[in-house]
Design a protein around this ligand. Structure first.
Ligand SMILES: [Ca+2]
Ligand SMILES: [Ca+2]
Ligand SMILES: [Ca+2]
Ligand SMILES: [Ca+2]
Length: 577
């Protein structure tokens, strides 16, 4: 038995270390000497990410993309990224959403020429899936230089919904439209899309979320009443038809301007919408407000919304908390001297959970700006921002738990992701996605090498707040063709065991998943619980810490071994009381 332990331990310790790409201040995604900018990032469902950006290497602005695995190693060749669209003219404003099959749908706008929007799907190997290769035409802009804002959301079925506001002025009403493209690149809502709102006037920045049923809820601000801006929303079903009337749903019609609206799911087919309110009407004092709307378009909280922060607070970002409420983060000027980042959790009834006016995410000296938020998958959130505490703009990140506490292992005022040097004060706009394990992957435009005209970098922070380190056996085993990863670890109750196989020599019949105790005894055979093991896909099995006889195992060290033919991956796990 002791020999078995030695074998298992040997596997953990002596596995060849490959592609430990993560490093201090981030890994290179693209460092071509020409200009790279506007990176956007989507999770690839394999603990890695797909990043797209605007690239000028070809002499005009084009769209490129690259994929990194959980170790930060670039997956596609050439290493400086694959072409998504290198058509003549200017392609900019790229956005990306996951396609649910380890690939992504990327959209962009043809700036300066026709201002049309295009889309392309890229698979997990970096291959373009739709014809024509330079992208599927999503929308034709009615006039020059007019389509300033658009949004792309995944539709939950491998496709995407694209929302845009069309031309306004000169007799053009500025209509908000939506189009759905399916996983094959076919437009589903006619050649010109469906009308989301034609009652709005000067609508600003429509943003959207999927409703979980193939439709979407869209929110924006407009001044149809003539006096000031108000918040409006509309829901479209899976066929693109308006659900909340032809005049839209007025979310807030308070005096003065309400602007910068953002949206998150309430988990029940409705939405929680946050915005900021110019309470004095002169731009001197903004407050963040929020409102919940159910799937039928009924406003759930106080008329005109609940106040989230009574201090000077602007530019809310919002994410669902997984319990019917939301976590809202904003720029805060309560110090009176520089901008900070604060956050509040609001429950499904509109009650603030983290005290009056929220909790401090970062109040370091200098301005903290360009904040982005994602859910951590455990009821809390991870927030990143650009930070000028040392006069350059660095990138920081913070994790906050569902109770408003900074997560154990993370640093007060944030964990440093990238310490910029030299003149890199501008152009750093971090974007963030989950790493699938309670941590995050962050990307940004990086100016550390001025001769390179802007490069793209990325960094991972683990659930425990560790930056730029290789953390788990999955990385060591990845190159061998199979992997196993456990979370959380240590655990009590249940643990998720994720396994995958990247070697086509093996099939479902060749794999096994066993739990051993510290003495090397086989104590649980989970092989019959392996629902699937599709090549190049991550599968998950849950284990409740019991042996083959249903007995709860005592606290201590155990090993999980995933085996396919002669390949195996082993991870140490710890059961705690
Ligand atoms: Ca181009
Ligand atoms: Ca108003
Ligand atoms: Ca500050
Ligand atoms: Ca460059």
């Amino acid at each position: 038995m002791k020999r078995m332990v030695a074998v298992l331990m040997g596997l953990v310790i002596m596995s060849p270390v490959v592609s430990l790409a993560w490093q201090e201040n981030g890994v290179v995604i693209c460092d071509d000497p020409s200009s790279q900018s506007n990176p956007r990032i989507a999770s690839d469902d394999l603990y890695g990410a797909i990043i797209t950006w605007v690239d000028h290497r070809g002499g005009s602005y084009d769209i490129y993309a690259q994929k990194i695995d959980s170790s930060g190693a670039r997956q596609w060749t050439p290493v400086n990224g694959v072409v998504i669209c290198d058509a003549a003219g200017t392609q900019k404003s790229c956005k990306i959403v996951p396609d649910g099959s380890d690939g992504a749908i990327i959209t962009w706008r043809n700036d300066n020429a026709d201002w049309n929007i295009y889309a392309q799907r890229v698979n997990s190997l970096g291959e373009r899936q739709w014809s024509p290769l330079d992208g599927v035409l999503i929308c034709i802009d009615d006039g020059p230089h007019s389509l300033w804002h658009y949004e792309t959301v995944a539709d939950g079925s491998g496709g995407a919904i694209i929302i845009w506001k069309d031309t306004e002025g000169a007799g053009m009403p500025g209509i908000i439209y939506a189009q759905k493209v399916n996983s094959s690149g076919t437009l589903l809502w006619g050649s010109s899309g469906k009308v989301v709102s034609d009652a709005s006037e000067h609508a600003k920045n429509p943003v959207a979320m999927t409703d979980g049923s193939g439709g979407a809820i869209i929110v924006w601000w407009d001044e149809r009443t003539g006096g000031d801006f108000d918040i409006y929303a509309q829901k479209i079903d899976s066929s693109g038809n308006r659900q909340w009337g032809l005049s839209d749903l007025c979310v807030c019609y308070a005096v003065n301007d309400q602007q910068n609206s953002k949206i998150a799911s309430d988990g029940s087919g409705g939405a929680i919408i946050a915005w900021d309110d110019d309470v004095n009407g002169n731009g001197s004092f903004y407050k963040v407000y929020a409102q919940r709307v159910n799937s039928s378009g009924i406003l759930e909280w106080d008329p005109n919304g609940v106040c989230i922060c009574n201090e000077i607070s602007v530019y809310p970002e919002i994410v669902a908390d997984g319990s019917g409420g939301a976590i809202i983060v904003w720029q805060d000027y309560r110090s009176g001297s520089n901008l900070d980042i604060y956050a509040q959790r609001v429950n499904s009834s509109g009650i603030s959970q983290w005290g009056a006016n929220g909790i401090c995410i970062c109040n370091a000296t200098g301005n903290q700006t360009n904040h982005k938020i994602i859910a951590d998958g455990f009821g809390g959130a991870i927030i990143t921002w650009g930070d000028e505490r040392d006069s350059r703009r660095d990138i920081y990140v913070q994790r906050v738990d569902s109770n408003g506490s900074i997560h154990a292992g993370w640093t007060s005022n944030g964990v440093l992701i990238c310490d910029t040097t030299g003149a890199g004060i501008f152009g750093i706009y971090p974007q963030i996605v989950t790493d699938g394990s309670g941590g995050a992957i962050i990307t940004w435009q990086d100016l550390r090498n001025p001769a390179n005209n802007g490069d793209i970098y990325a960094q991972r922070i683990t659930a425990d707040g560790n930056v730029g380190i290789e953390e788990k056996a999955v990385i060591r085993h990845w190159a061998t063709g199979i992997s196993v990863e456990v979370y959380p670890n240590p655990f009590f109750g249940k643990i998720s065991i994720r396994y995958s196989m990247r070697d086509a020599r093996y099939s479902m019949h060749d794999i096994s998943l066993h739990i051993y105790d510290a003495a090397g005894r086989l104590i649980r055979d989970l092989s019959n619980n392996l629902a699937s093991c599709i090549l190049n896909h991550v599968s998950v099995v849950s284990w409740d810490g019991t042996d083959d006889y249903g007995h709860k195992l005592p606290a201590g060290i155990y090993f999980v071994r995933f085996k396919a033919g002669d390949l195996q991956a082993v991870e140490k796990i710890l059961i705690v009381e």
